[in-house]
Design a protein around this ligand. Sequence first.
Ligand SMILES: *[C@@H]1O[C@H](CO)[C@@H](O)[C@H](O)[C@H]1NC(C)=O
Length: 218
Amino acid sequence: MKSVYVALLFLPFVLAGDFTVGVGKDENTGKKGLGFDPSSINPQVGDTIVFEFRSGSHSAVQSTFANPCTGSGGFNSGVITVDDSLGVDAPDLPTVRLVVNDTQPLWFFDEAGGLCNKGAVLSVNPSITQSDAAFKANAESGTAGSSGSAASDDTPKSTSDDAPKSTSGSASGSGSATSSVTGSGSSPSQTPPPNGAKHFAAGGAYGISIVAALWALL
Ligand SMILES: *[C@@H]1O[C@H](CO)[C@@H](O)[C@H](O)[C@H]1NC(C)=O
C-alpha cells in the first residue's frame, strides 16, 4: 500500500512535460518567420522548454521584462544555424532544452535573428502586471520599461530590474545555462505570479501527495 503513496508523491514529476517552442517560426501563419511559436507559454516547475530552430540563424536568449532585447546573462541557447532547404516542420530540427525550476516569469528574445524590436520575444509564465503583451510592447518600443503605466503596482517591475542584467556577454556564452532566475526566485519578499492557476493545482496535488505519504508512514 505504501508504494501507492510513494507513487503519488512523485506524480507531479512524472507528469512533467515538454513545451516545444519554434524559433524563427511565425505563430500566426505557421510558416518560417519572425519570432517564437507560441510566443507565450505557461510551463510548470519541472517542465522543459524545447527550443526548436528553423531556417537561418537564431538564438534563444534570456532577457528581462523591462529590457526584452538585452541579454540578462542568464540562459543562452547559442547561435543555431539551419539550412534554408529544411522545411518549416522538417524532422530532426535542432533543439536546445531548458528545464523550468520555479514559477517566476522568464523572458527571452531571438538575439541572432535580430528582430527583437519587431516582436521576436517569448514570455514564459507571464503575470497580470507583467503580461506577454506588455513584454512584446516593451520589445517593440525599444525603451526600457516604458509600458509600465498599466501596472498598478511598481513592485513587480522593480524586481525584474533587480535581475543581474549587467552581464552582457550573452552572445558569447553559447550553451551556458547559468541561472540568474534561481537567485531572484529565492527572495522571500517576492510574490508568486497571480496567473498561476495551473501551478497552484500542481502545488496542491503535490501537497496532497506529501500529506498522503506522511499519513502512510504513521
Ligand atoms: C534550472 O536548473 C538547471 C540546473 O541547475 C539549470 O541548468 C537551468 O538553467 C535552470 N533553468 C532556468 C530556467 O534557469
